[in-house]
Design a protein. Sequence first.
Length: 259
Amino acid sequence: MSTTVCQVMAFIVSSLGVAGCIVSTAMDMWSTQDLYDNPVTAVFQYQGLWRSCVRQSSGFTECRPYFTILGLPAMFQAVRALMIVGIVLGILGLLVCIFALKCIRIGNMEDSAKANMTLTSGIMFIVAGLCAITGVSVFANMLVTNFWMSTANMYQGMQNVQNRYTFGSALFVGWVAGGLALVGGVMMCLACRGLIPEESRYKAVSYNASGRNISYRTGPYKVGSGYEPETKGRKDAGYEEAARSEDGRRSYPSKYDYV
């Protein structure tokens, strides 16, 4: 019962993590304009992985997608790739996990097959969570570096060179989603252990019992008494035949006795 509960809880937690990764990747607020020095502004800018948006004070918002791929920084493209890989692995892990649940019976599937599928889905969830956390952390590192570079330029008198950007809400969603996927994968791997020990324990006991019986059976060959009765029997038979032949010659009459 505990194995089933652990599997169901891991499935729910991992599902939330994968859904959070999808939402975080689709969100536009990965980086938002810093309004610390200018809280009142007519234009507010924020950027995502796929497009950049501008929101005016009137409430009108305009978003423009990134039409080029080669013009984007290499780290930016790496973040995209990590998030996509995490989403794909998470979805595949959910599909495998559905068939691996102990409470769901499909044909004559054994517990050993379910254990292997559970372990596979758990590893997928762990890798998906690590990909999401790594991608969000890399993007956050880029923001921190650009923020301090912009701050240094502002102290040098170049205030209108570029805007400063800080963490957006998508980063926090991505961190939480990656953590949930990671925890769900660990729980799934722990649930896998509950499906294996009984079979392996019974197999080990039967194997040891057969081995002990064989060892006791092979004991008499060390004494070497199996050949002695046969040799003695042969010698005794020889002596008996010789005695019979001698007695027969003496007891049986010859033809001259009848004459």
